[in-house]
Design a protein around this ligand. Structure first.
Ligand SMILES: [Zn+2]
Length: 176
């Protein structure tokens, strides 16, 4: 919902055409009849009194019918607009971004696997470790940068393991 941008944007009363848009938006949900000129006039008086703007009023119609089965009246719109104007900090108050990192996704997979009683095949040797050199994750093959022109820069899985990853496995007593 867009409140008037700032104090420098002068508020101006809605026009009859604006109000027809609001009415039309409501009609899409509640099939109300076309407004009489007197009704339009009354709604415009109310809108001016409560300083509606067209974008706010249109959004308010949606907000109202998102949550309510009550037949929309001007007071609903005024209340919703007022409510939204009173919390301009709503965006700032959102919790900090919580991106889906590989770590979180893996944790979710693990939790599901446990719930379903799935067990991993045991892996031995270098695959048990994250590769210190190419950074491949456990159970994933080592990779190297492609030398082909078409795929240059991409990481390509390789058959062999990086030496540092082999060292980790050897340190555990693993032998190829
Ligand atoms: Zn590697």
């Amino acid at each position: 919902m867009t409140a008037p941008k700032d104090a420098l944007t002068p508020w101006r009363p809605m026009s009859k055409a604006d109000m027809c848009q609001v009415w039309a938006a409501a009609t899409l949900v509640d099939y109300r009849k076309l407004p009489t000129p007197e009704q339009l006039e009354m709604w415009l008086h109310i809108a001016t009194r409560a300083r509606w703007t067209l974008p706010e009023a249109l959004a308010a119609v949606q907000v109202h019918y998102t949550h309510s089965t009550e037949f929309l009246k001007p007071g609903h719109i005024t209340a919703i607009i007022r409510h939204h104007r009173q919390k301009p900090q709503a965006r700032a108050a959102l919790p900090p971004a919580n991106p889906a990192t590989i770590r979180k996704i893996n944790a979710l997979y693990r939790a599901s696997a446990e719930r379903f009683g799935w067990t991993y095949e045991e892996v031995h040797g270098p695959l048990r470790f994250c590769c210190p050199t190419c950074r491949s994750r456990p159970r994933r093959p080592c990779t190297e940068g492609s030398r082909h022109r078409s795929t240059r820069g991409k990481r390509i899985p390789v058959e062999t393991f990086c030496e540092s990853r082999l060292d980790l496995a050897r340190a555990e007593g693993w032998t190829p």
